[in-house]
Design a protein around this ligand. Structure first.
Ligand SMILES: Cc1ncc(COP(=O)(O)O)c(C=O)c1O
Length: 436
């Protein structure tokens, strides 16, 4: 498809949007140049835009739709639930049952607090770590994106040297410090430098926003040992990896149990959600029964919409599906994603283009290294050793062939068929010819 010819309605909508929404969008990642395509409806692993074009959707609703758009079991239950109330703001049975399921499925989870977004979840997790240890310094990975909360809005984009926004305290880096992924020596150095004030480490098992660099198991194990030795809190940010790498998330996939984890997205299969879960002794600090003295408890409000009945119902069904159909869902996703990654690399290679489709499990991102055969083990490697302009060009050209990617990649859902994978590889072969 020729973008400007076939997306005229999107172009018109974006013109209107720019007048009333900063940048024309409600999430920065939804902006793309020259203008984004406007979605009209979605089904399974696909969506249709305002102009009637159909796309294979590898964005998966910010990666939160491992069961695809509108899983029938969830749609049916929500239809029944909506007339009974879309927002109660009161404790409810579904909230208890979903928390019980999380505690059954997620290895570190002894207790859960539901909130409304991943951003809130990571904010609360950091607060818990500081409250529990009585210390201030949090270590995070360079390139790690944990939502837009203040404490962690540092060292997300290269060269990782300052806060990510105006309006944040300029000395945020005094208490949030970043290390290169998979570099245990760098972590140990930071721990030594901050030994008396070291509260915890937050890390995604796969640094999804930093080029999809997966943590090495021995690196995660090293973080586990360092935090245990020092009494600091290890937090896995599983907002993306939770329920995606395995029902129990990255901690199940890698076999390493953190003290706390954050979740969102796939926890409620497309309904708004965030959650913090973990060790009882840490989580109990958030209990309103713990203490009435402000500085003896950790305030975790939860939010007006926390434990929203519709999200809780969707979550219960989703987690039951992940648990009960584990052997059916995860190996198939893994196999299809591996075939996709290989097919993309080969299609590019056939045209003499050095492409690397990075990713584990159902995740993938297509990168264009300057040199053949190199390893990308840190997020800085991704930005210094690969051509990010080509990655963007690839993404845009794929759009013209009906494939929707973000950051030149995305993730698979159960609704992506083998035929979709074939179609994506064929589209890549066409795009490769265009890119030579
Ligand atoms: C790893 C990670 N943590 C936290 C967040 C923030 O979640 P939310 O967008 O629900 O606030 C995101 C969002 O993409 C994320 O990828």
């Amino acid at each position: 498809m020729e973008y400007s010819i076939n997306t005229k309605k999107s172009k018109r909508l974006f013109k209107r949007a720019q007048k009333v929404l900063p940048g024309g969008v409600s999430h920065n990642l939804r902006f793309s140049s020259p203008y984004p395509i406007y979605i009209k409806e979605a089904y399974g692993g696909k969506f249709r835009d305002a102009d009637g074009n159909e796309f294979i959707d590898y964005w998966d609703g910010h990666s939160g739709l491992i069961l695809g758009h509108n899983p029938p079991e969830i749609v049916k239950a929500l239809r029944r639930a909506v007339p009974k109330g879309t927002h109660w703001g009161l404790v409810n049975k579904n909230e208890v049952e979903l928390a019980e399921l999380v505690c059954e499925i997620v290895p570190c989870a002894e207790m859960v607090r539901f909130c409304c977004s991943g951003t809130e979840a990571t904010m609360y997790a950091v607060r818990l770590a500081r409250g529990f240890t009585g210390k201030k310094v949090i270590l995070k990975a360079q390139g790690g994106w944990h939502g837009s909360n203040h404490d962690l809005s540092v060292a997300v984009t290269p060269p990782y040297d300052m806060e990510e926004s105006m309006g944040l305290l300029p000395d945020i880096t005094r208490y949030t410090k970043a290390f290169p992924v998979n570099d245990l020596d760098a972590v140990r150095k930071l721990v030594d430098e901050n030994r008396n004030d070291f509260a915890g480490i937050i890390i995604e098992p796969v640094v999804t926003s930093g080029g999809g660099v997966a943590c090495k198991p021995e690196f995660l194990q090293g973080l586990r040992e360092i935090t245990r030795e020092t009494g600091a809190v290890l937090i896995f940010d599983e907002v993306i990896t939770g329920f995606r790498l395995a029902p129990g998330g990255g901690q199940e996939y890698f076999g390493i149990t953190p003290d706390l984890c954050t979740m969102g997205k796939n926890l409620c299969a497309g309904m708004p959600i965030g959650a913090v879960a973990g060790r009882r002794d840490i989580m109990e600090l958030a209990s309103p029964q713990h203490s009435s003295v402000k500085n003896e408890r950790v305030f975790m409000g939860g939010g007006t919409y926390s434990a929203n009945p519709l999200s809780m119902i969707a979550g219960k069904i989703a987690l039951t599906i992940y648990r009960d159909r584990k052997d059916e869902i995860y190996p198939v996703l893994e196999r299809r994603a591996a075939r996709l990654r290989k097919g993309i690399e080969e299609a590019m290679g056939d045209c003499g283009i050095n492409a690397m489709a990075q990713g584990i499990s159902s995740l993938f991102i297509v990168l264009f290294p300057y040199e053949k055969g190199i390893q990308l083990t840190s997020t800085l490697d991704v930005f210094t050793k690969t051509d990010m302009f080509k990655n963007m060009e690839f993404q845009f050209r794929m759009l013209n062939h009906g494939i929707y990617l973000v950051h030149g990649g995305g993730c698979l859902c159960t609704e992506h068929s083998d035929a979709d994978i074939d179609q994506t590889i064929e589209a890549t072969a066409e795009v490769a010819k265009e890119m030579v």
